[in-house]
Design a protein. Structure first.
Length: 181
């Protein structure tokens, strides 16, 4: 039940978060993974009703959702550089998924036990969301979600806060929300 119009408005915070079937603390459901892109569809006080790309919905404490831009920023769509070219990150995601699939196949075939499977997949983080021409990739090397429009790659959400600019001549980055700086 994926909606073709799904556009994330928020991501789940870096430590994940609990979720509920209804805005009632007595009805918990499966917790949400860190940095999961979600769409906030309704608010009731502190409660937020969210929708995931696969059509699953839940209620969360809306105060902790991390807002993301409606239109993710893109780099220069001209000549691709290593910093904006989505292909290297997509290649790493493909290799990580292939490694995980290989471990699953060996586990199912009985060639690996559960402990060896856990050790082999420990620390493996993969995240890919494709919606038409838009793609979100998790970059474990930089602990960030990146957005690609097919031509360019840009940071969408990050594990850590803003970093100091690499170029000492550049000024500080200002974070702007819909409510102002």
């Amino acid at each position: 039940m994926t909606s073709p119009a799904f556009r994330p408005t928020h991501v789940v915070p870096r430590n994940g978060m609990p979720a509920w079937e209804s805005p009632d603390p007595a009805r918990p459901t499966v917790p949400l993974d860190a940095f999961l892109p979600v769409q906030l569809v309704e608010r009731r006080g502190d409660w937020g009703h969210i929708l995931c790309a696969n059509g699953w919905s839940a209620w969360v404490d809306g105060r902790f959702l991390v807002a993301v831009p409606q239109d993710p920023p893109t780099g220069d769509a001209g000549r691709l550089t290593g910093a904006t070219d989505p292909r290297p990150l997509l290649g790493r995601a493909e290799r990580a998924l292939a490694d995980y699939r290989s471990a699953v196949e060996e586990l199912v075939a009985g060639a690996l036990d559960g402990e060896t499977f856990r050790a082999r997949t420990s620390g493996l983080r993969i995240g890919v969301v494709v919606d038409g021409e838009s793609m979100w990739l998790y970059d474990p090397g930089d602990a960030r979600w990146a957005y690609a429009d097919g031509a360019a790659l840009s940071t969408y959400a990050a594990d850590d806060g803003p970093r100091a600019p690499e170029d000492p001549g550049r000024g500080p980055t200002q974070v702007v929300s819909p409510d102002g700086p």
